[in-house]
Design a protein around this ligand. Structure first.
Ligand SMILES: Nc1ncnc2c1ncn2[C@@H]1O[C@H](COP(=O)(O)OP(=O)(O)OP(=O)(O)O)[C@@H](O)[C@H]1O
Length: 243
């Protein structure tokens, strides 16, 4: 049985990442409390994806730290209490449902419950009709919904999402947003990089705004959009080209 002590808040302090002699992320600090949706905004190449990967443990920071309130629970067996969904979902060459079963197996879930949990996840997000279809033949939007359902099946407390709907048509974007709202309403904490300002306005409670590898502004989403305090954020919101 899962330990129910929360891994949140997540505290990031002085986070830095260097590669190829370049400082790509520098001196990043923020806290993610329990609940709500945090949008990570910023122009191309500003360090959003790297920050998500550093927080999820896919990269080792070259400076600073990523601290979970209850570190022992951040990794539970091989199943983490935080999950990550990528811009382009990676699907195995098997059915949609088998992709979830595989993730549950990799996450250390007992064999006898995997099938039921996979089915629940498919039903939860209206994917039951796709269960036996080869996952790689699903549309982009269907694959992304499956990727989110697959992450959800492992019962994460927090989900990192890297541009989860950037390659989808408006209808599929709406479906993904509805899924994210459902997850947030269920109490899953979401941290999401997005280019889509409309999406951030619709979904986010908090904003982290990155520019050139630095977190230069953060706060409640309403305040960020109504009165950004840095010229860079003002320009970004106004749709002016930034680099
Ligand atoms: N492993 C790496 N080695 C060297 N440079 C890297 C590496 N990973 C990312 N970068 C560079 O670091 C910078 C930040 O990358 P990151 O992917 O975090 O940007 P981003 O804000 O997510 O951008 P986008 O909005 O375009 O996805 C970019 O200039 C990128 O080319």
């Amino acid at each position: 049985m899962r330990d129910t002590v929360s891994i949140l808040p997540l505290t990031v302090e002085g986070l830095g990442f260097e590669a190829g002699g370049k400082q790509l992320v520098a001196d990043v600090g923020f806290t993610v409390p329990r609940g709500g949706i945090t949008a990570i905004l910023g122009p191309n190449g500003s360090g959003k994806s790297l920050t998500l990967r550093l927080c999820h443990g896919l990269l080792e920071p070259s400076a600073g730290r990523v601290a979970w309130a209850h570190p022992a629970n951040a990794r539970h067996g091989s199943a983490k209490r935080h999950a990550m969904v990528f811009q382009k979902p990676v699907m195995l060459r098997r059915s949609a449902e088998a992709n979830i079963v595989h993730a549950l197996a990799a996450g250390g879930v007992a064999r006898r419950t995997r099938q039921d949990l996979a089915r629940q996840a498919m039903e939860r997000f209206g994917l039951a009709a796709l269960a036996t279809r080869p996952a790689r033949l699903l549309s982009g939007g269907e694959q992304q919904r499956l990727a989110i359902a697959r992450a959800w099946a492992l019962k994460p407390e927090l989900m990192f999402l890297d541009e989860p709907s950037s390659q989808l048509d408006p209808g599929a974007v709406r479906q993904i947003e509805a899924m994210l709202e459902t997850l947030a309403a269920e109490g899953v904490t979401l941290v999401m990089a997005t280019h889509d300002l409309g999406q951030a306005r619709r979904l986010a409670h908090r904003v982290l705004f990155f520019h050139r590898g630095r977190l230069i502004e953060q706060g409640p989403a309403d305040a960020f959009f109504a009165s950004p305090s840095t010229p860079e954020a003002r320009a970004f919101i106004a749709g002016e080209l930034l680099w």
